[in-house]
Design a protein around this ligand. Structure first.
Ligand code: NAD
Length: 304
């Protein structure tokens, strides 16, 4: 059950895949929500993503037309960070680039009153590293949402050594007020979910490389044997091979453990531009998106 509002309003910076979803769930939970983008074109794309997502929920009777309209009415779209004035919580969801994120947080720190809480939705960059771009590390934390945000129930709330306990608690209560389940975690690469998921996905690629099974058999094995909704190679295509490769490298740099090392095959596929569903090809071929079929065999000696 949703709880009462924790903040007067919420700011979201970046309105791509994740930012649009975060803005949508905030507005749907009753928060006046200010969304900031770099330029008009991505801002319009983000607005369209939110409309489409609300329409989908309405079509499935998960929202009434009035609820969808009032969520849209709570959203304000703008191009200036100054328009975040009056938002006691600002959630950042811009591109996964530490230099750009740090520059943004330095700017937000200059603009926002000292008590404003700053949060990042980063999947792989150290929250501590981002917090040090500001003069308020005690009011800085991670709020890691999952894609698609309106559907996925989880938020990882990430504290650093410096995060104030009251700020951490407020973020947990805020996540609950969005109808999400929050888990508490600390600033370590991958937090909880990717820490456990990424080595599993990488192992599936190694199993394929070593000829343990075919693409279809590895996926079917984990679906039917473990009750997973999809197999690891299907999931990799969904998440994006480039994204997984990027995150694995960051985790390997930190831990220096083989289980986080990206397999050769994954690197070659990324180099070849086979990034999964979004590029039309990964472990599966999506030329017919409704009926993906396993792409050409990867293991020497196997027929494609
Ligand atoms: N995609 C996922 O499954 C996923 C899941 C969890 C977390 N994340 C994290 O969420 C963040 C966003 O990822 P995404 O998939 O939504 O990316 P995306 O590329 O879809 O969206 C990023 C948006 O940020 C905008 N932007 C870039 N710089 C900006 C700036 N300075 N000010 C305002 N807007 C700016 C871009 O125009 C773009 O619209 C990343 O940190 C990513 O690691 C992604």
């Amino acid at each position: 059950m949703k709880e009462t509002r924790v903040f007067e309003r919420v700011g979201v910076v970046g309105c791509g895949l994740m930012g649009s979803g975060i803005a949508q769930v905030c507005a749907s939970a009753g928060y006046p929500t200010q969304v900031v983008e770099l330029e008009a074109a991505p801002l319009e794309r983000g607005r369209a993503l939110i409309r489409k997502s609300l329409d989908r929920l309405r079509a499935k009777n998960q929202l009434t037309p009035e609820q969808a309209e009032s969520a849209l009415g709570r959203l304000q779209f703008c191009l200036r960070l100054e328009d975040l004035d009056g938002c006691p919580l600002i959630i950042e969801a811009i591109v996964e680039n530490p230099t750009q994120k740090r520059a943004l947080f330095t700017r937000l720190d200059q603009l926002a009153p000292p008590n404003t809480i700053l949060a990042s939705n980063t999947s792989s960059i150290s929250i501590t590293e981002l917090a040090t771009a500001t003069r308020r590390p005690e009011r800085f934390l991670g709020m890691h949402f999952f894609n698609p945000v309106p559907v996925m129930k989880l938020v990882e709330v990430v504290r650093t050594l410096a995060t104030d306990e009251a700020v951490f608690q407020q973020a947990l209560t805020f996540a609950a007020s969005l109808g999400k389940t929050a888990v508490r975690t600390s600033d370590r690469p991958g937090f909880i979910v990717n820490r456990l998921l990424v080595p599993y996905l990488l192992d599936a690629v190694r199993a394929l490389e070593e000829g343990v099974g075919t693409i279809e058999d590895i996926d079917a094995g984990m679906k039917l044997g473990c009750g997973h909704p999809m197999g690891p190679l299907t999931l990799l295509d969904f998440v994006g091979l480039d994204t997984t490769y990027f995150i694995a490298n960051i985790m390997f740099d930190e831990f220096r453990e083989r289980r986080f090392a990206p397999p050769t095959l994954l690197k070659r596929m990324v180099l070849a531009g086979w990034h999964g569903r979004k590029s039309g090809r990964g472990f599966y071929d999506y030329s017919d998106p409704e009926h993906p079929r396993p792409a050409r065999a990867f293991v020497a000696g196997q027929q494609g």
